[in-house]
Design a protein around this ligand. Structure first.
Ligand code: ADP
Length: 476
């Protein structure tokens, strides 16, 4: 049994639930504790009690602990990558890459601990000086989704701790293995009891206990739009600081002058890798007339060649869908696409493999219209829609015609088009000749409009959410 970690100790939950491998539904990875509301409250109690000593403790010790966590993640990348691939379904190289990324995130924020600084400003009043200091926000609640079970917890937990906050972390129920492994590493890092707590369990119970508790000073959430709306409502009227990363319907524009091979590579990588289960996935591929037919043909032949299979098989390029519910959602959207009149160029079927897993063909719709539901709603599976555009200007209008604004890409060899798109795209992140998915770990991450709420995450942006400024007036 894998227990919850509260106040420096391990506790069994109200129940224990199996963690199932989506590549092989007959394989149980382990049993993991599910907390109830009482246990969630105990974790918040612990985080409140531990705050003062952590906030005013040694920053060298804080930096050393975060660096140690990063080092252990890096040195155990293969083993933890296997665990991640087994519970989430992304391929082993992708999973190992995610562990490495999490390791570097902890190491980056270990250094950030030593860079917290303030300002000294002359006052308008003679004899007075004004100091502006950065302080932790307090107790931070962290609620994460299943699609990046190590990287997303890392990019929230590391800055929260680095800037002197205490943490109550609730991972997604589908991926407790990585959360438990990370908590176990943190438990041996020298971080005092109560500073970091991990309570696995249902969002409606543990998540709701966190959003209803006024002792949580800041809440960072990544997940679906529907849950984000629920959380925002739960916090409405309260002073809790809120950061949310939600969906995307990310466009990738291919212009007439693009290099064909590069454009196809960006589309395939962005739309189908990690089984399309990324909020930054290129789910809308918008193509101008001079390259449309050549691009569609080349993309189709590449998609047909993708190998779908068990996440741990060396040949696999596309792993399984994470669970039955997500598979049903993907199949439902494929049916919607057909009913809306989109042309199914490839895929759309569940496929059998030697193991009993949730395997879905990469699915390509072409000749789509941007108003179709498959072009407006996030599917979160290996499904992409190619949309013809009359010109670059038209493509730009279509790219921005979405409620979301997470990431947007363009494949072009024109410096002026790239420059124009970079400034006119209404997304929070823009890629030129690169897939929309796949970002660096040391720079800000986040979107606009329905994709994101509050300050962005990671890099230098992280301190905006995880610290607050104090202004001190000192008269000599
Ligand atoms: P995904 O399907 O991408 O995991 P969800 O929005 O369903 O997206 O879940 C993201 C996280 O939010 C999970 O950890 C989930 O348990 C949690 N969650 C779900 N419902 C609630 C809720 N009512 N309050 C707080 N957290 C919730």
């Amino acid at each position: 049994m894998h227990a919850n970690y509260i106040n420096g100790r391990w506790f069994e939950g109200a129940s224990a639930e199996p963690n199932i491998n989506p590549s092989d539904l007959t394989e149980t990875i382990g049993a993991y504790a599910h907390a109830d509301e009482v246990q969630a409250k105990e974790a918040i109690d612990a985080a409140c009690s531990a705050l003062e000593a952590w906030q005013f403790g040694s920053i060298q010790a804080r930096a050393d602990s975060l660096d140690m966590i990063g080092s252990e993640l890096l040195s155990r990348r293969q083993e933890l990558g296997r665990l991640l691939a087994r519970e989430e379904g992304k391929t082993l190289p992708e999973a190992v890459g995610e562990i490495v990324r999490a390791g570097y995130i902890f190491k980056y924020f270990a250094q950030e601990v030593l860079r917290i600084d303030g300002r000294l400003t002359p006052s308008v009043r003679p004899g007075m000086m004004v100091e502006t200091l950065r302080e932790p926000v307090g107790v931070v609640g962290i609620i994460t989704p299943w699609n990046f079970p190590m990287a997303i917890p890392a990019w929230k937990i590391a800055p929260a701790l680095a800037f002197g906050n205490t943490v109550v972390f609730k991972p997604a129920e589908l991926v407790p293995g990585c959360a438990w492994a990370l908590a176990e590493i943190i438990s041996r890092s020298g971080i005092p009891a109560g500073v970091f707590n991990m309570v696995n369990g249902p969002g409606s119970v543990v998540g709701a206990a966190m959003t209803s508790d006024t002792r949580i000073n800041a809440l960072s959430f990544t997940g679906s739009v529907a849950t984000g709306e629920r959380i925002a409502k739960a916090l409405a009227g309260r002073a809790t600081r809120l950061q949310m990363e939600m969906g995307g319907k990310n466009p990738l524009i291919i212009t007439d002058d693009a290099t064909l091979e590069r454009a196809v590579e960006c589309a395939v990588q962005g739309a189908y890798y990690s089984t399309g289960q990324r909020c930054t996935a290129s789910s809308r591929i918008i193509v101008t007339p001079g390259i449309y037919d050549r691009f569609v043909e080349a993309l189709k032949s590449k998609v047909e060649s993708l190998v779908v299979g068990h996440a741990l098989d060396g040949d696999t390029q596309i792993g399984p869908v994470v669970d039955e519910r997500q598979l049903e959602q993907d199949l439902a959207y494929i049916a919607i696409g057909k009913a809306e009149g989109a042309t199914l160029a490839y895929g759309g079927q569940r496929v059998a493999r030697p193991t009993n897993g949730l395997f879905l063909q990469p699915t390509l719709f072409v000749d789509c219209d941007n108003t179709m539901r498959i072009c407006q709603e996030e599917i979160f599976g290996p499904v992409a829609a190619v949309i013809p555009a009359a010109s670059y200007e038209h493509a730009l209008v279509l790219a921005n015609d979405t409620p979301f604004g997470l990431c947007a890409g363009i494949c072009t060899n024109s410096l002026s088009l790239a420059q124009h798109f970079k400034t006119r795209s209404r997304a929070g992140m823009v890629m030129v000749n690169a897939p929309t998915a796949g970002v660096d770990y040391h720079v800000p991450f986040g979107g606009t409009r329905a994709s994101s709420h509050g300050p962005h995450e990671q890099g230098f942006a992280a301190q905006e959410f995880y610290t607050t400024t104090k202004t001190a007036y000192v008269c000599a």
